[in-house]
Design a protein around this ligand. Structure first.
Ligand SMILES: Cc1cc2nc3c(=O)[nH]c(=O)nc-3n(C[C@H](O)[C@H](O)[C@H](O)COP(=O)(O)OP(=O)(O)OC[C@H]3O[C@@H](n4cnc5c(N)ncnc54)[C@H](O)[C@@H]3O)c2cc1C
Length: 421
């Protein structure tokens, strides 16, 4: 009698789930990927309906090009991948080099502070991880802007970021995919056994295997890989039996979802006097709570006329809570301040994302609070023997990225193969 419906169930069809499903299918196992929403890709999604040109609602930058796991698949698919131009500009700054020197200086300070912290911990056993705010020094008018230029991508406010977690990040050059990063990921999912619009509500460990309860029925499998975000795990959207251990619960309090959103603005061609794919920053001051009330712009993406305003941390949350028009208006008004009212005249339409409100994501990506840097390893451990975890949050040095999620999906597939052999 057949005891299991599948060897493996993969929960979630984002970058991690797709990679795991592909690897397990290729290894000859019977596998199904169960996805709650009605599309694949999770936090990678290229929309072409809203603006008529590719708009990455989630990930857009292919970070750490030298180690980016999606570069080879993208090229093999025949997609147009290209290096992000080295053309960042800072509005209002005479000599761009000044700001970028400060950013580099801050980066070195972070690495050094994290190294010292780790040495103290090794000798005393007491964790001393600090926040980015703890080491940032106000050295003048552009100092906070320099910190934010660096910190924007972290999706959290300066006091809420672990130095060690930032310093663990493997940097490198960025690349872009002209057709959209979300499109690339969706292409890699073609032909895989993925069941859409099927939320998983419970994962129960049995004597031999697991039982997955979905909105449309129960599935028995020998093992399961869970790739949902830490936001979904922390909010108990899936019930685990036995319950998640206290270690993992504590880790979910220290590795939490940040906020990062795009407000896409479509302009008539030539509206912004900058080169395609220019990264544009501007002067930012901390408010009374130490929060930057601004962000950055990726201008004229792939020469399509689409510009994306990027907001991060609690300012992003604030704009999100105030509704989509507020991010669009803030972005437009900021650009008008730089380039004049012709920008508003050339504006066609806007669209803002609100990732915190996505029921099966609940934020942007997982950052560590100070002291939480080593908890990614806890989130990576399996639960009750047959419940494996993977996703951007569990990668040690490509955390928060699509490439990290993909690599973790492959790692979890290897773990499962080793277990089932
Ligand atoms: C605005 C934004 C900008 C970003 N920019 C970049 C960038 O430029 N470069 C970069 O590398 N990364 C970026 N990221 C991060 C990147 O998108 C993520 O790290 C990566 O896509 C996460 O992949 P994942 O597979 O771990 O998780 P997800 O993509 O979240 O996949 C998990 C899947 O599980 C599904 N799911 C959840 N709950 C259930 C359930 N109960 N049952 C079934 N399915 C469920 C979800 O619907 C989702 O499809 C960005 C993210 C955001 C939000």
């Amino acid at each position: 009698m057949k005891v299991h419906d599948f060897d493996v169930v993969v929960v979630g069809a984002g970058a991690a789930g797709i990679a795991a499903t592909h690897a397990l299918k290729s290894a000859g196992l019977s596998v199904v990927c169960i996805e709650a929403s009605n599309r694949v890709g999770g936090r990678t999604h290229t929309d072409t309906e809203i603006f008529g040109v590719p708009f990455d609602m989630g990930a857009h930058w292919m970070h750490t090009e030298h180690a980016n796991a999606l570069k080879a698949p993208g090229l093999a698919l025949g997609l147009d991948l290209y290096a992000a131009p080295d053309n960042a500009v800072t509005y209002g700054l005479e000599d761009d080099a000044v700001l970028w020197d400060e950013v580099d200086e801050l980066h070195s300070a972070i690495t050094e502070a994290a190294r010292i912290d780790a040495e103290i911990e090794a000798s005393t056993g007491i964790p001393t991880d600090r926040s980015l705010a703890d080491i940032w020094q106000n050295k003048g008018h552009w100092s906070f802007t320099a910190a934010m230029t660096f910190a924007l991508s972290i999706a959290r406010d300066l006091p809420d970021t672990s130095l060690r977690d930032i310093s663990a990040w493997e940097g490198g050059d960025d690349w872009f995919c002209r057709e959209g990063f979300g499109h690339l990921i969706a292409c890699t999912a073609k032909g895989l056994p993925i069941k859409l619009a099927t939320p998983v509500t419970e994962i129960k460990s049995l004597t031999e295997g697991v039982q997955i309860t979905t909105a449309t029925g129960k599935i028995k499998a020998r093992t399961v890989i869970v790739t949902v975000s830490v936001g979904v795990l922390a909010e108990d959207i899936i019930h685990f039996d036995p319950p998640l251990e206290s270690d993992r619960r504590s880790a979910l309090e220290l590795i939490t979802m940040g906020d990062y959103n795009h407000a896409g603005l479509l302009f008539r061609s030539g509206a912004l006097p900058v080169q395609p794919d220019t990264w544009l920053t501007y002067h930012l001051e901390p408010d009374a709570n130490g929060v930057a009330r601004g962000g950055g712009f990726l201008c004229n993406i792939a020469n399509t006329g689409l510009t994306s305003f990027e907001s991060s941390g609690s300012f992003s949350r604030l704009l999100q809570d105030a509704g989509p028009e507020s991010a669009i208006e803030h972005a437009l008004e900021t650009l008008v301040g730089f380039f004049g009212t012709t920008v508003r005249k050339a504006f066609i339409k806007g669209h803002a994302t609100a990732w915190r409100n996505e029921p099966y994501v609940r934020g942007s990506y997982a950052g560590a609070k100070p002291g939480g840097h080593n908890k990614r390893a806890v989130l990576r451990q399996s639960h009750a023997e047959r419940v494996h975890f993977a996703g951007e949050a569990t990668h040690p040095n490509q955390q928060c990225s699509v490439s990290g999620a993909h690599l973790e999906g492959l790692r979890a597939a290897e773990d499962v193969l080793a277990q089932l052999r």
